[in-house]
Design a protein around this ligand. Structure first.
Ligand SMILES: [Zn+2]
Length: 321
């Protein structure tokens, strides 16, 4: 049964009716996917039973490719929710036309005053944070929505812009208002209902970092306990980014262990986190896995790192086990 698309923001829709909120967001031009209570893409990968990782972003024609499924077509939205009746929320794909949505995720945990950080950043770089769509998260944080520009990609990042501020850009997604998660409901705050354009100075700060060539140490192969042949940073990041559901954590852990063994864990952590977010891992999950990898390697680093534990040793860089 098709529900009529409601205008944005949806009036009279119960705060917890993810499907109708998702349809309203789609009608406003925001591509959506259903999410689980854990804020992960809800439609299972059609490749979950495959023996080796499949690099498919939907070319197979089936649903279940995470953010690649995101759509504004109401019939397709309904089909995605029908394929995942357990969905209690929805994600909004950032960086896509027509809005090229950018999300600033302002954290309030760990005593950070991320709003103050944002104001300071704005003052330093000479821009004003515009009044815009604001979503209240269950943890007391805020998501500010801004529109970007075509041809001006925005990188996903965690804490790189300023303390307590994470950025959702191309390949990332925001939990939409009206989503119910394990930690509570995401709600639209009173105020503007149209995302404001991101100031130019902010867009410049949000541009993807220049990719440095692989660190020379990454090629220091043959040193006992050092980096494995071929485990350069770019390959590790790609390895994490290409993870399919069911292997994301293992792959992130493996890649992070290699990075920490090379003494580059801290350098590569932001990129590995971005890649993990892009693959659909939650930020909390990615951070926990990175911390676990650091602890796992720490007693043996630097220079004396041994083989990883058996569970993770079975995964090789090209994905074969
Ligand atoms: Zn596929």
């Amino acid at each position: 049964m098709a529900l009529p698309a409601t205008p944005w923001p949806p009036a009279g829709v119960p705060p917890v009716d993810a499907r109708r909120h998702a349809l309203a967001a789609a009608a406003f031009g925001l591509p959506v996917i259903p999410l689980t209570r854990g804020k992960l893409p809800a439609v299972r990968s059609p490749h979950h039973a495959d023996h080796s990782p499949v690099r498919c972003t939907g070319e197979c024609g089936r649903a279940g490719h995470g953010i690649h499924d995101a759509t504004t077509d109401p019939a397709a939205v309904l089909a995605l929710f029908a394929a995942a009746p357990w969905a209690t929320g929805y994600g909004i794909a950032c960086g896509r036309a027509p809005h090229h949505l950018i999300g600033l995720d302002l954290d309030v945990k760990h005593g950070t005053d991320s709003l103050a950080s944002l104001r300071l950043l704005a003052r330093e770089h000479g821009f004003t944070v515009p009044g815009t769509v604001t979503v209240l998260t269950p943890s007391g944080g805020l998501h500010l929505w801004l529109t970007g520009l075509p041809g001006r990609p925005v990188a996903n990042s965690a804490g790189r812009l300023a303390p307590g501020i994470d950025v959702r850009g191309n390949g990332g997604y925001l939990v939409g208002p009206g989503s119910c998660t394990l930690h509570g409901v995401y709600r639209l705050a009173p105020g503007p209902v149209r995302p404001a354009p991101a100031p130019g100075a902010l867009l410049r700060l949000l541009a993807p970092p220049h990719r440095a060539p692989p660190h020379p140490d990454l090629h220091a192969v043959g040193r006992p306990g050092s980096c494995a042949p071929g485990s350069d940073g770019v390959a590790l990041i790609r390895f994490v980014r290409d993870s399919q559901p069911g292997q994301r954590n293992d792959r992130l852990f493996w890649a992070a262990c290699r990075a920490y063994e090379c003494g580059l864990g801290e350098d590569l952590a932001p990129d590995l986190t971005d890649a993990a977010l892009g693959s659909g891992l939650t930020e909390r999950g990615a951070r926990a896995t990175l911390a676990s990898a650091a602890r796992h390697v720490a007693p043996r680093a630097p220079g004396v790192a041994g083989a990883p534990d058996a569970a993770h040793r079975r995964i090789s860089l090209d994905g074969r086990t």
